[in-house]
Ligand binder design. Structure first.
Ligand SMILES: Cc1cc2nc3c(=O)[nH]c(=O)nc-3n(C[C@H](O)[C@H](O)[C@H](O)COP(=O)(O)OP(=O)(O)OC[C@H]3O[C@@H](n4cnc5c(N)ncnc54)[C@H](O)[C@@H]3O)c2cc1C
Length: 290
């Protein structure tokens, strides 16, 4: 168990303070031990993947933060199943699937997270999401591991029914035969589409807010309020896509939160819509009431 580990380098936006406790369990046994240690000490548990949808409080998090490693961050193929540790990067999963001649996971190639983070968020893009390919997951708590089917996970738009503190240790994706060339081509095509509209080479945490309706995306609502390029401290609402915040110059999480509050306030005033944040908060972060 490490103490006071800086989390900024574990997030894609690159902001935030330290974790009071930090551990990198490499197996289900080590994970359950860590969860029991925390329960025994009355310590809250948070799990992070690649920190690609995370905003961490600048003063840090008074919790045990887990980052899965070892076999819990590896991926293998068994027949048409891709079996991935909860901490396996989506890029690694796609690589394994492609090498084994399996398609169906290309949609996740440009989502810079992990298999387990994807379950928590029901991550998705271009009309496909985790629940479309997921078979089941091994979910751990201090009581031990249990296998949970995709239906029991209760996945919907950027939502899962996982309880706070529950950790996705492993997932199984059902894929379909496809040639490695076709997988590569589809993934490259989706990446090119994304590069045309989103800031892919900047420090961001992906979508800031959930889309309020199918007709009005969060990005368009914020853009119509004239907020593209709006800056607070070292954070700026992306000039490329208004539902992204970029860390352009040593931003703090407080800068990002202030931009989010301003966007919510302006969208509410203009459209009467209360934007709900998609990015997950770690530590005592809160948006002001509208
Ligand atoms: C450039 C960019 C583009 C993006 N595009 C998309 C997109 O198209 N679609 C999309 O859905 N998302 C997108 N995202 C957001 C993000 O990549 C996804 O939400 C991703 O699934 C988060 O995975 P992660 O492992 O990084 O999780 P983190 O950001 O580390 O954590 C997110 C949440 O998942 C929880 N969590 C993480 N791992 C586990 C685990 N093993 N068990 C239980 N809970 C866990 C965390 O506690 C937290 O609540 C994008 C982000 C960036 C930076």
């Amino acid at each position: 168990m490490q103490e006071n580990v800086r989390l900024a380098r574990h997030t894609t936006i690159g902001t935030g303070g330290p974790a009071r406790w930090f551990a990198t369990p490499g197996s289900v046994d080590e994970l359950v031990d860590a969860l029991r240690w925390a329960r025994h000490g009355g310590i809250e548990v948070e799990t992070i993947g690649l920190g690609s949808n995370l905003l961490v409080h600048d003063q840090g998090v008074d919790a045990l933060v887990l980052k899965l490693a070892g076999e819990l961050a590896a991926a293998t193929v068994e027949g048409k199943l891709l079996v991935a540790g909860g901490g396996a990067a989506n890029a690694v999963c796609l690589h394994r699937a492609r090498a084994a001649g399996l398609g169906g996971f290309e949609f996740a190639s440009a989502i810079p997270g992990t298999a387990g983070g994807g379950v928590r968020m029901n991550a998705g893009s271009y009309g496909c999401e985790w629940r479309d390919v997921l078979v089941d997951a091994i979910v751990c708590s201090a009581d031990g591991p249990r296998t949970v089917s995709v239906d029991e996970l209760d996945l919907s738009y950027r939502h899962s029914g996982l309880a706070p503190g529950e950790v996705v240790a492993q997932v199984r994706f059902q894929l379909a035969p496809s040639s490695p060339e076709a997988v590569k081509e589809r993934a490259a095509g989706l990446l090119a589409q994304r590069k045309a509209t989103q800031p892919t080479n900047k420090r961001t945490f992906g979508s800031v807010f959930k889309n309020p309706t199918a007709e009005l995306g969060a990005g368009r609502a914020i853009e119509e309020c004239g907020l593209k390029g709006h800056r607070i401290g070292g954070a700026v609402i992306s000039p490329r896509h208004a539902n992204f915040i970029e860390n352009v110059d040593s931003a703090t999480s407080a800068d990002c939160l202030a931009l989010m509050a301003e966007a919510r306030r302006r969208v509410y005033a203009r459209f009467g819509i209360e934007l709900e944040h998609e990015v997950r908060f770690l530590g005592p972060l809160e948006l002001p009431a509208l």
